[in-house]
Design a protein around this ligand. Structure first.
Ligand SMILES: Cc1cc2nc3c(=O)[nH]c(=O)nc-3n(C[C@H](O)[C@H](O)[C@H](O)COP(=O)(O)OP(=O)(O)OC[C@H]3O[C@@H](n4cnc5c(N)ncnc54)[C@H](O)[C@@H]3O)c2cc1C
Length: 458
């Protein structure tokens, strides 16, 4: 569809309006002068030592008078130092201050996109995004902010979920969540301050980040329902991978359809991408079949030739979860794209072919009423920001068996607006706004969708 193509062609990345970025960023704290504590400590100690080591002979009575004086001075000095010293800089990732990490690996995917891994300067097992004493992530969806120190701006980036497939781990650089290292998939935007800055950094250089910033609690929102359809544009695939992993690991009944729209094949397949493309040109006798299917997104399977690092991670997820994870890819430069019909298929008939799971017209399993529930009431969701506190046990007001299937859209603003409607500004923060775009058209055609499915815009 022409309009979809236009959106994919112009929309490059998750790109918040300047206003968005401002609202997402807490002020960048000015680091306190690091020399002060040690200077004041040294000063006091020197004075005391000098006084104590004075060789001047003195009578016993004057010496005994000096001892209480020295003790008093020492106590006074320690108190002043304790009160006057600025708190030491935190080294553990936190939401208030930026902490240093070092880039430990960097891999180009295309001329404009890359993956890089970073490790904290000071390893700490109590990472705030891990379930205590485990290597499991605490949140289904989360991001961190990086700062650009020269121009003092910060932007959000989403960590790739760690590999948990044994075979994959042997082949690739192992990333142990407990050692604090994190990997990111970033696209450098022409003229983009932060992404260009990150794209110029190499292994051994430092970056500064703060977080974790917690996104939608998708597991709590899905509740007893089983289906997630995630439409991702470009690097928006990373939150899709986070969600797929969280949901599929959590429930054996869950099913995720991931629709990934990219601009060029390099994001999916590397090494002579043009050769790969040539090989895929149909021969004359295949021409009719190819023409018939042209414009259709392709299935991602474990047999994919020359997979990019992101495709490797996707196929590993697919191998682990089998038919419970269905991945399709649309490539803008090859004129394939996700049309309304593709979304309709994914949402109306989710799940593996023989599944009797929810929402098919033959065996509907409807969610219960959600009025007044912050997790499941779609009217309340319109006013919700993308970042939220993790759900508490009593947050759901729907009663037993509650939950909603989830349709998530993640990508550049234009991409999200086309498929799910634009986000809105309310009271200085960006909120979800009403469902629009392709999703709203589907809701009008199938009114029950609005009851069964929540639409989340990232
Ligand atoms: C929760 C969250 C998670 C994110 N995760 C990731 C991630 O994992 N990986 C990632 O690469 N990005 C991610 N982003 C987007 C990222 O935060 C930045 O917005 C992006 O890198 C651009 O920032 P910049 O400073 O380079 O560009 P800016 O300096 O903000 O923009 C500079 C110029 O480029 C234009 N521009 C910016 N973005 C685009 C675009 N997409 N298309 C066309 N023009 C554009 C602007 O209009 C402006 O004129 C995420 C955003 C959010 C909110």
């Amino acid at each position: 569809m022409a309009s979809t193509r236009a959106v994919l062609a112009t929309a490059r990345l998750r790109h918040p309006h300047p206003q968005t970025t401002l609202s997402l960023i807490k002020p960048i704290s000015t680091p306190s002068k690091p020399q002060q504590p040690s200077q004041s400590l040294r000063k006091y100690t020197t004075t005391a030592t000098t006084t104590q080591s004075s060789p001047r002979p003195a009578r016993t009575s004057s010496k005994s008078r000096r001892i209480p004086l020295l003790v008093t001075a020492a106590i006074l000095g320690s108190t002043i130092y304790y009160l006057a010293s600025p708190p030491s800089r935190p080294t553990l990732l936190n939401t208030e201050t930026f902490v240093p990490y070092t880039i430990t690996s960097r891999e180009a995917i295309s001329p404009t996109s890359f993956i890089f891994t970073i490790s904290p300067h000071a390893p700490n097992p109590s990472l705030p995004y891990l379930v205590p004493s485990t290597s499991s992530w605490r949140y289904p969806l989360w991001s961190v902010e990086f700062k650009q120190p020269q121009v003092q701006i910060a932007r959000h980036y989403t960590p790739l979920p760690p590999h948990d497939d044994g075979q994959q781990q042997q082949q690739q650089q192992r990333q142990d969540p407990a050692d604090g290292s994190l990997s990111f998939y970033v696209r450098a935007i022409g003229g983009g301050e932060m992404s260009t800055y990150l794209s110029r950094l190499g292994v051994g250089q430092d970056v500064w980040l703060r977080g974790p910033h917690v996104g939608f609690d998708v597991v709590a929102r899905l509740g007893e329902m089983d289906n997630v359809v995630f439409l991702a544009g470009g690097t928006g695939v990373v939150p899709a991978m986070q969600v797929a992993k969280a949901v599929l690991d959590k429930s054996p009944e869950a099913h995720v359809t991931l629709l990934w729209a990219i601009r060029r094949r390099e994001e999916l397949q590397q090494q002579q991408a043009s050769t790969v493309r040539k090989k895929q040109q149909p021969s004359w006798w295949q021409f009719w079949a190819a023409t018939k299917n042209s414009g259709e997104p392709e299935e991602l399977t474990a047999q994919l030739q020359h997979p990019s690092p992101i495709a490797k991670q996707l196929t590993a997820l697919k191998e682990k979860h089998g038919q419970r994870l269905h991945i399709q890819v649309a490539i803008d430069e090859e004129q394939t794209h996700f049309r309304e019909l593709d979304l309709q298929r994914a949402i109306i008939s989710p799940g593996p072919p023989l599944s009797s799971s929810s929402s098919s017209s033959s065996s509907p399993r409807r969610s219960t009423s959600a009025s007044g529930c912050r997790l499941h009431d779609s009217a309340m969701l319109e006013l919700a920001p993308e970042f939220e506190a993790p759900a508490a046990a009593d947050d759901c007001k729907c009663g037993r068996g509650a939950g909603k299937n989830l349709f998530l859209v993640s990508g550049p603003d234009g991409f999200v607006a086309h498929y799910a409607g634009p986000k809105r500004w309310l009271g200085g923060q960006q909120v979800q706004g009403p469902v629009g775009g392709v999703a709203a058209r589907l809701q009008r055609r199938y009114p029950w969708l609005a009851d069964d499915w929540l639409v989340l815009k990232l």
